[in-house]
Design a protein around this ligand. Structure first.
Ligand SMILES: *Cc1c(COP(=O)(O)O)cnc(C)c1O
Length: 389
């Protein structure tokens, strides 16, 4: 049996995989079992922030691997402490809870928000307002937070207390927050799985002001948008706001599972001993890798992310077969005339791996993708969009 046959027989059928067996890579180039090379424009859904087998990340991870790969959270370890300090210093947040995935980072955010509101206003203040078309994860509670019916089917009853406002419609969200006893409003700055839809400045600033006034916590889900993806360390920084809670994962670990929930002034002391925990959370190997990622996301590097973003937008906007381009930084959605899946298949045939999001082709390349590699990939994508059948 080859890899595909074995996988099809023994791995649960939750993923509709492409007929490609990837075995190795370096930077933004990946290789399959036939020796065919691909430019990776998806980076494992925004995870391999510095590409495959990045030297600095590998050095940090392997050094830690040979020193201490795990201990329980009953003890102190250096990488966990250092990473938390770095994140707080770079964001102005006060404390960090580490977990292993995006869904878990949101679970923590939800627990903190509910306890904050219960302590302060009473336990009936438990509603979390999220947005229609959002995505917050696959656990029962984060599914509940996700404002898309198709994810809810088959899994009822979901966790109670989530209501969904309209993205970019400030009044709709405020009305929901006022009509319910609300603990928090939780949003993505750019809806990723929902189709790469950026939130407008006035919308996010309006929510920020409303939350401040009403003492409702503003939770920003930066699982996909964070860690340099949108041209700033975190996407909320593009909006000039200060969230109460920021959750992140995906790119943070550079390819190892790591989630973080950053807690601002109001939220930092909400959880006490025993209120939350994670066996693997803050794993020293994952944190050592993350430190090597976060320390490189300085202003100069982020300026390059923005330049590459501009290049992609300029190249794709108004090109044959492309209706529109949306997104922020190196998180790009392309509305194509052809079906997105056809464009992705064509790109794959021609050696470029792309993603989809709803009806769009989605690009999440490694943040350090070299310009010449990016140019090649964009050429292939343009041709795939323009080509007549
Ligand atoms: C991917 C994603 C999640 C879920 O992350 P997992 O690591 O798969 O649990 C949550 N929120 C957003 C915005 C995401 O893009």
């Amino acid at each position: 049996m080859n890899i595909t046959e074995t996988d099809n027989l023994f791995v649960a059928n939750t993923y509709k995989r492409f007929p490609v067996e990837l075995i190795s890579g370096k930077g933004s180039v990946m290789k399959d079992t036939n020796g065919k090379e691909y430019i990776d424009m998806g980076s494992g859904i925004g995870v391999t922030a510095f590409g495959i087998a990045d030297d600095e990340w590998k050095k940090a991870v392997t050094a830690q691997l040979g020193t201490l790969q795990h201990t329980s959270n009953l003890y102190y370890t250096e990488p966990c402490a250092t990473l938390a300090k770095m994140l707080c210093e770079r964001t102005g947040m006060k404390k960090v809870f580490f977990s292993n995935s995006g869904a878990e980072s949101n679970e923590c955010a939800i627990k903190v928000a509910r306890k904050y509101a219960a302590d302060k206003k009473g336990k009936e203040y438990s509603t979390i307002v999220t947005l229609k078309n959002s995505f917050h994860g696959r656990t029962i509670t984060t599914l509940s937070a996700t404002g898309q019916d198709k994810f809810h089917e088959h899994f009822n009853p979901l966790t109670e207390g989530f209501v969904y406002g309209d993205a970019n419609d400030l009044q709709s969200v405020i009305n929901l927050a006022q009509d319910n006893k609300t603990a928090a409003i939780m949003i993505e700055c750019v809806q990723g799985e929902g189709g790469v839809i950026p939130m407008e400045r006035d919308f996010i600033r309006g929510l920020y002001e409303f939350c401040n006034k009403e003492d409702i916590l503003l939770v920003i889900d930066e699982v996909q948008t964070g860690n340099g993806r949108c041209g700033e360390l975190y996407a909320y920084m593009n909006y000039g706001i200060k969230p109460d809670i920021v959750s992140t994962a995906k790119g943070l670990g550079g390819g190892l599972p790591l989630g973080a929930t950053m807690l601002g002034e109001k939220a930092e002391s909400v959880l006490g001993f025993g209120d939350h925990g994670s066996t693997f959370g803050g794993n020293p190997v994952c944190c050592a890798g993350a430190i090597s990622i976060i320390e490189r996301l300085d202003e100069k590097f982020l300026a390059e992310v923005k330049e590459k973003s501009e290049y992609i937008f300029n190249e794709l906007n108004g090109t044959k077969g492309i209706k529109s381009v949306s997104g922020m930084g190196l998180m790009v959605g392309i509305e194509t005339e052809k079906a997105a899946s056809d464009v992705v298949a064509k790109c794959m045939e021609n050696g470029v791996l792309c993603l989809t999001a709803k009806t769009k082709v989605r690009l999440l390349p490694a943040l350090n993708i070299p310009m010449d590699v990016l140019k090649k990939a964009v050429e292939v994508i343009k041709n795939a969009c323009a080509e007549e059948e």
